[in-house]
Design a protein around this ligand. Structure first.
Ligand SMILES: Cc1ncc(COP(=O)(O)O)c(C=O)c1O
Length: 415
């Protein structure tokens, strides 16, 4: 055995990870459901899962056809594609620019769009280009990824198990009293995470409300990180489809989009991030930093998948995905109307595929989770898992099949 000279020190881990809850919220739920199913092998009903926001409808024909064609291209010398361009193929970036931005009167260029494998990666990775001491603000309740990615980066301070908050994070309560829309925080943040249409509350900001936030961010020198993964579900007028509909957003906002919820790409993986070239800290362009990061750490979404993304914007693609959205929103309407009919107080479900339910008096979020699982064999998500202001609420998704939704609601009504 070789004896090395010098004092050895054991390798060390990134201790910020130790500040995270042991499991991601949905892994915890899955464990509970598994334990319940094991303990009750002869259940009368099968368990219906309306917890995690995963789609259930198959990919539309226009996408399947394009996928087949793109696979065939990969088998021919003349049409084979190797590494994709780091920032995305021009054909997809142009389709996004025209349909999602210029078609809505927003001045976004194709080279301000970065194609990726989904919004979750981008909205968790984006914090890397900001200083370590950036002060972040999040809505409470919040999609956990914004917070957890900042915990990993060491930006959130100490966890307080009493308040269930991190010491250095600015929490913006989104509660019934403020119609689930955040108010300007007392302390000024550097980074403001927004998700509209909102997961988990299903709420929206009107264009006038979002404009106020854009004005605020430009005034205090903050960046709005705007996750619009559920944009396709907006049904009401006067709701912005992109933050770039607001004047001044080019100097203060980054937008994240996903193909997961509008076109069922949760298992296919495709998304994009928009960083306008006007967005700067002093004379440093965030667009350039993200370009650098993307070029170093990312090798591009697959050609086949980007072709499928382009098919979403074809006229057949658009009409077929609209049918799916109508399908899920019918589910949302059933959940809202039926639960209201038996006395539940429900929010959301109009511009978003999420329904935010007030738990019955005397029951907290996890108690209602257990009650629903035991009595209706239905799985939802406890609101408190999204933050302290989510306590006393419960989230159901409209992404199930219509048959499952109807059955789940019937069972809940009978409890
Ligand atoms: C708010 C929000 N952003 C992003 C994502 C993930 O999107 P993607 O599948 O594109 O990674 C989700 C998924 O549930 C989400 O709810």
């Amino acid at each position: 055995m070789i004896l090395w000279k010098g004092k050895a020190t054991m390798f060390r881990v990134n201790e910020n990870y130790l500040k995270l809850p042991v499991n991601y919220l949905f892994s915890n739920i899955e464990k509970k459901v598994e334990a319940f199913s094991k303990a009750h092998p002869t259940l009368k009903h099968r368990v219906i899962r309306l917890g995690i926001g995963d789609v259930t409808q198959p990919l539309i024909p226009a996408i399947i056809k394009t996928l087949h064609e793109a696979v065939d291209e990969m088998g021919q010398m003349e049409t084979f594609h190797g590494y994709a361009p780091d920032f995305g193929y021009e054909f997809l970036r142009t389709a996004i620019m025209k349909n999602d931005y210029q078609g809505r009167g927003c001045n976004i260029e194709a080279d301000e769009i970065f194609v990726s494998d989904g919004a979750k990666s981008d909205c968790s990775n984006i914090q890397e280009i900001f200083s370590e001491d950036s002060k972040i603000s999040v809505c409470d309740p919040v999609y956990p990824v914004y917070l957890d990615s900042n915990v990993m980066a060491g930006r959130t301070g100490v966890w307080n198990s009493q308040t269930k908050m991190f010491s250095k994070v600015i929490y913006m309560p989104c509660i019934r009293e403020n119609n689930f829309s955040p108010e300007f925080p007392k302390e000024i943040p550097n980074l403001i995470y927004f998700c509209y249409p909102n997961n988990p509350t299903g709420s929206m900001l009107t264009k006038a409300q979002l404009q106020e936030w854009v004005d605020y961010a430009n005034c205090v020198g903050a960046v709005i990180l705007y996750d619009s993964a559920y944009e396709a579900y907006i049904s009401e007028e006067n709701i912005p489809h992109t933050i770039y509909e607001c004047e001044g957003a080019r100097t203060c906002a980054i937008e994240f989009r996903s193909f997961s919820k509008n076109a069922g790409f949760t298992g296919v993986r495709l998304g994009f991030t928009v960083i306008p070239k006007d967005l700067k800290s002093g004379n440093v362009s965030l667009h350039n930093l993200w370009r650098r990061r993307h070029a170093t750490k990312y090798n591009g979404a697959p050609y086949i998948i980007q072709k499928a993304g382009e098919a979403v914007y074809s006229s057949e693609g658009q009409s077929q995905i609209k049918e799916q959205i109508v399908y899920y929103m019918k589910n949302a309407r059933v959940i809202c109307e039926e639960l209201k009919s038996v006395g539940y107080t429900v929010f959301g479900g109009v511009n978003a595929p999420y329904i935010w339910i007030k738990t019955p008096a005397g029951m907290n979020s996890w108690e209602f989770f257990d009650y629903l699982l035991e009595n209706a064999n239905v799985v939802g998500t406890p609101g408190s898992g999204f933050g302290p202001s989510g306590e006393g609420y419960f989230r159901l998704t409209a992404f199930g099949t219509y048959e499952n939704i109807v059955e789940a609601i019937e069972r809940i009504k009978k409890m």
